[in-house]
Design a protein around this ligand. Structure first.
Ligand SMILES: C[S@@+](CC[C@H](N)C(=O)[O-])C[C@H]1O[C@@H](n2cnc3c(N)ncnc32)[C@H](O)[C@@H]1O
Length: 170
């Protein structure tokens, strides 16, 4: 697994993960998550690690549920972090089977998103899948086939959610 990011602090962190690498997973119990979202939170990380005791929740943070997962060392050690701006740079020789970009392209203009999509298409092998969590420009590179989108709601009233969009490299 390769993580591409332009932030030197993120890259430095990923290249020097403290082991065991423990992820703290807070959940605001008053946020009206759907049962499916709560079940996702309860099981998150189960495929790559195991539950460990979470940090103590400060008394004033009432209603905060916390669980923690220690990621198995082999997954931490197989992670590669590369310094790359997905809007302005590309990676020669890359052929990823899956690219996931959540909460990244949303910060850019439609023009920059379209440029990033062209770069992402170049990083993919034929048949590879690209997933983002918000709508992207319709003017996509010809090499990317739009497979569809799905609205995912995490709260009963739909206050939180994602628009998951999926593309396939032709
Ligand atoms: C809000 S975080 C999202 C992190 C994670 N994907 C998630 O969904 O929780 C945005 C990350 O994208 C990185 N980022 C922003 N613009 C980028 C770009 N043009 N190329 C590569 N990484 C970028 C930031 O440095 C930051 O680490």
């Amino acid at each position: 697994m390769v993580c591409l990011d332009l932030n030197p602090a993120v890259i430095a962190h990923l290249r020097n993960l403290p082991l065991p690498y423990v992820i703290q997973l807070p959940r605001d119990e008053s946020a009206s998550w759907t049962p499916e979202a709560v079940a996702y939170w309860r099981n998150f990380g189960g495929l790559i690690g195991s539950d460990v005791p979470p940090l103590a929740v400060p008394a004033k943070l009432r209603g905060l549920a916390l669980r923690a997962v220690a990621v198995a060392a082999r997954h931490c050690e197989s992670l590669e972090a590369l310094d790359l701006n997905i809007v302005t740079q590309t990676l020669e020789g890359a052929a990823f089977d899956l690219i996931v970009a959540t909460n990244i392209l949303v910060y850019y203009s439609r023009f920059e998103q379209a440029i990033a999509m062209a770069g992402i298409a170049r990083l993919m092998s034929p048949g590879a899948v690209f997933i983002a969590n918000h709508a992207l420009p319709a003017q996509r590179p010809a090499a990317l086939e739009y497979l569809g989108r799905r609205s995912v709601s995490y709260s009963a009233q739909g206050a939180y959610g994602d628009e998951v969009v999926v593309y396939r490299r032709k």
